[in-house]
Design a protein around this ligand. Sequence first.
Ligand code: GAL
Length: 668
Amino acid sequence: MADKLYHGACFYPELWDENTIAQDIERMKQTGINVVRIGEFAWSKMEPEEGKIDLRFFTQIINRLYENGIETVLCTPTPTPPIWFSHGHPERMHVDQAGRLMNHGSRQHACTNNAYFRQKAAIITEALAKEAGRLPGVIAWQLDNEFKCHIAECMCASCKDQWHQWLEARYGTIDQLNEEWGTHIWSEYYHSFEQIPQPVATPFLHHSSLQTMYRLFESEKIAQFANEQAEIIRRYSDAPITHNSTLFFSVDNERLFENLDFASFDTYAPQAKMESYLLNCDVWRGLKKNTPYWVMETSTSYAASLESYANPHPNGYLRSEAVAAYALGGQGFCYWLWRQQRSGSELPHSAVLSTWGEPSVGYENVLQVEAARKEIEPIMVATKPVQADIAITYSDRARMFHLTEPHNGIEYKDLMTDLYKVFVNQGLHRDVLPEGGDLSGYKLLFTPLLPYVSDDYLERAKSFVEAGGIWIVGPMTGGRTKNHTIHTDRALGRLEEWAGVKTLFTFPMDEHTSAGQAFGKEAPLGLWSAVFEPAGAEARGFITKGVTPDKAFLTEHSVGKGKVVMLGSMPSGEEGKELVAAIIHHYAESAGVGVKTDVTAGTIVVPRQREDGQSIWVIVNMDGHGGTVTLPKAGRDSLNEELAEAGKLTIQPYEYKIIQFEKEGASE
Ligand code: GAL
């Protein structure tokens, strides 16, 4: 991919006549769209009859777009196998957890583990890669579309067989599985792998190990499917490969992206959830560090389908989203979709153009994005996001544990977003890393809501602490084993051994009757909690109300040159937010976190750097209210070339600024 910023839209030329396509290409040029994504649902156009593949329509479109200065992200069309695949073949279809067989008529109806599906998917992928893989217009590939966006784990017969094989490979013998899962509970003991059920309907809940392992199994299988497609494509094409994922599908993104070349995501978060948007940018930047991510889909104004719609973005917000995405490490910012659908199930969804070819309600905003893209491109390509001092671990595998064990409705992503917001609101620049993320160079590591802490993670966190880092662990971290059972030596397993605490109890704290105090703030405590008695550590937060008064919920223990801080409970409500903020603030200070600003909430500052060390700040107001930030030293406003003095800088509603600072050591 070229060193430039992409501004794109998802395009469905297969749905329109020649005249409309010609108009669309002209309009794209006027709008400044320099990339389109095509093909992800076009299997019936590519292979109208089984075995009769004709890709000329697509190769011609790709070439024609290219001649007009528009590049292409080409997709494999596998989320929508045509009717020749589905009709009369219930055994090829997805079966949901309630045992319902999916029918043709929407998307993701096929089971991606069905052998015949895999065979047909491989054939169409190979044909596409062969014919289009070396076209100059194809700058990247997207595999399929949003794996598991409408469906979770499949319960069909093919999956059942593969589940048994997967279990056998994981446990070796059935005795081992019985032992690790503790299957004599409720007479679940198995004599062979073939007897192990899928987590389909039962009178009450399934065993925790069985549920979590099934989620892991299916996420491994979808990643294998992605790998298989990527390998085929790589035989014929050098263009980098991605997939458009999100944080709420039934996939393990860390595993899914392991063999892909760059990360991309889709988001339709409304402005009210701007932290969720920022969290996405940070997560996807962290997943493939050093390789820019793409926002592959977002709405120009609002998302909608036949049954629902969101509210339109306020004018100005789209540009803030785009500048934030580019600043936080994005290379592409693309809309779903170019021209509003005239048929199907997403008729009311916003687009760049209306079905009848006129500018849509969001069009002016799209033009603003394009003007900003042009303006910031030179400086974005010349700089990279600075590594933060703070790393936060975000894990889809943790989410799987919470899905199996949601207690009173724990939503991992929502809780993570709330905690993440504390960092954003304090102007603390942060990286969000997967479990396997490299911890070198960080000063503070935060690991909330990770029920199972793997030995590998623990060892790396330990080295990080020994070398001088501060590790904040919890809430809800460490209480479950690899197999989703409870430790039998101590409540939090090996983690507890070197955190200098003894966990007395784990139980659900009632936030209406429990409270705790630390750093001069008191707040209700809630969620599944661990109550500590220091065993070497120092208690820093005490429980003031509830059934375990005077015990600790926050402890600190020196290990090597660093510290491990155990946070056993979740401070809740408004006071809880302040307490969490106080804890984070205190440990960020003691860890010497320096990459931070005093930016007001609703505005963000993204520090970036040139190769020669010169630093810039991209400042973007996201909430439409404007804000301020203190510049630590004088700089230059790169957009108007004016001097920016040290001290308070005001940002207008939805404004963005780029401040370029003098190099360290250079005279100002
Ligand atoms: C995405 C999907 C698109 C479109 C869009 C509507 O989830 O990938 O195809 O359905 O949502 O918001």
